[in-house]
Design a protein around this ligand. Sequence first.
Ligand SMILES: C[S@@+](CC[C@H](N)C(=O)[O-])C[C@H]1O[C@@H](n2cnc3c(N)ncnc32)[C@H](O)[C@@H]1O
Length: 306
Amino acid sequence: MPQPIPYQGSKRSIAAQILTMLPTDIDTLVEPFAGSAALSIRAAYSGLARSFFLNDLNAPLMDLLSLIINEPDRIASDYGRLWHQQRGREREFYDEVRARFNATRRPDLFLYLLARCVKASVRYNAAGEFNQSPDNRRKGRRPESMKEDIQAVSRLLKGRTRITSCNFTATVQHLNPVTDLVYMDPPYQGTSGGRDSRYCSGVERSMLVTFLKDLNELDVMYMLSYDGRKGSKTYGGKLPEELKLVHAMIQAGRSTQSTLLGRQDVTHESLYLSPALIERVDSVAEKLNRIATWSSPSTQLEMALV
Ligand SMILES: C[S@@+](CC[C@H](N)C(=O)[O-])C[C@H]1O[C@@H](n2cnc3c(N)ncnc32)[C@H](O)[C@@H]1O
């Protein structure tokens, strides 16, 4: 699967599993927390939606996605120029680019930083400045291979993707509850109380719950990735019963850190399905059984099973 934007927390590795739950006749796939848009890229590749709506509060990230989709040659050549300019003075060059990015928020500089920083993980200081260090063992992805992925993503999404950079709640204004499906992957609640250095912004759990209630009232089909479990450690509490969501745990493999430490900790990611989605998907239980383990199926699911 092409992916020009390296992004920690990307759903690239479990996108296919999540998409198993999509009804067949989706018009627009809406991602209020799009990040690197891994799910939409995969859905476009598999022909699972007609159009896409990508939103993320991180404006330089959405500017970057917009360039990748709409002006692939330009962003690929900007990246290539930066990559070649770093030669022989990689460390100093990274610091210069980071300072320029913090002053200008230019998307080409952002792509270079993402390709070179430690574990592709963005980090922000209290002033909202990108402050992640470079991975000094790597020089960042080679321009030729970056260009291939940029062009592939452009071919998949150009001409049928709307991009915005707003708070997630604003996406509801553009929704068609009958034909669209919303996929949400907010920052994890384990880290979103107070300032979350991993993203430009965190999300209050109460705000998210209110948003889910609004979506339920509008009968919107949605899926939500929210926290999970690594080994025996669980991250985040469950969402309120009154939302009537079906909750399953997708096995997402072993984390890089566990592999490095030689541990067997398997990461599980929570996937919640909305009542409107359960109603529209054929053989929900059978599909979920293939990709997930259950966590207390709700009454709603029992109804679906009947
Ligand atoms: C877990 S990441 C999403 C990763 C994405 N699924 C992918 O595959 O790359 C969460 C995203 O939510 C964004 N975000 C944080 N607060 C937000 C808000 N209030 N509204 C919209 N997006 C927000 C962050 O910038 C971040 O990109």
